[in-house]
Unconditional design. Structure first.
Length: 159
């Protein structure tokens, strides 16, 4: 549990896994039994079939176990410090994924919708730039590492 701005407890769950995840179950778990929650926001990221103007057949994500979970937890703790959240759930996959596969899930729950929406967007912006994952795309021209994008850095800086 992390303390939010109002001193309340925020339940945080972090998972880094190769397996797919159940979006509905994660959303339900974020608000289960807490009738003070007025809003749940979520984001599901998918693997695209295009990258850099080329077709992408697959994406492989690599990470360092232990280090990755610690970094995701620190990002979730920061969200809990900034907004009055009751729950944060982050699920991020690794391994070889195909276009259309789910890659990441962020769920935030709060008494108020604005906090849930803002924290969800913050988490995705920071995950995109601060989470220690390395992505390699398979294209017709061969495999290539995905480079950081300036627009992702700008999105994270606004927070």
């Amino acid at each position: 549990m992390s303390a939010g701005p109002a001193g309340g407890a925020c339940r945080i769950a972090i998972a880094v896994q190769a397996e797919d995840f159940d979006v509905g179950a994660a959303i339900a778990a974020a608000s289960a039994g807490d009738h003070g929650i007025g809003g749940v926001a979520s984001f599901v990221g998918l693997v695209r079939d295009q990258g850099g103007g080329e077709p992408v057949a697959a994406m492989t994500l690599e990470h360092y176990p232990g280090m990755t979970e610690k970094a995701l937890r620190a990002i979730a703790d920061e969200a809990a410090r900034r907004w009055p959240l009751d729950a944060v759930r982050i699920v991020h996959r690794f391994g070889r994924l195909l276009p259309g596969d789910r890659i990441v899930l962020v769920v935030t729950a709060s008494a108020h919708r604005d906090a849930a929406f803002d924290a969800c967007r913050f988490l995705m912006d920071w995950l995109k730039t601060k989470a220690p994952f390395w992505k390699r795309e398979e294209t017709p021209a061969g495999a290539r590492w995905v480079e950081a994008k300036a627009e992702d850095d700008l999105a994270a800086e606004r927070w």
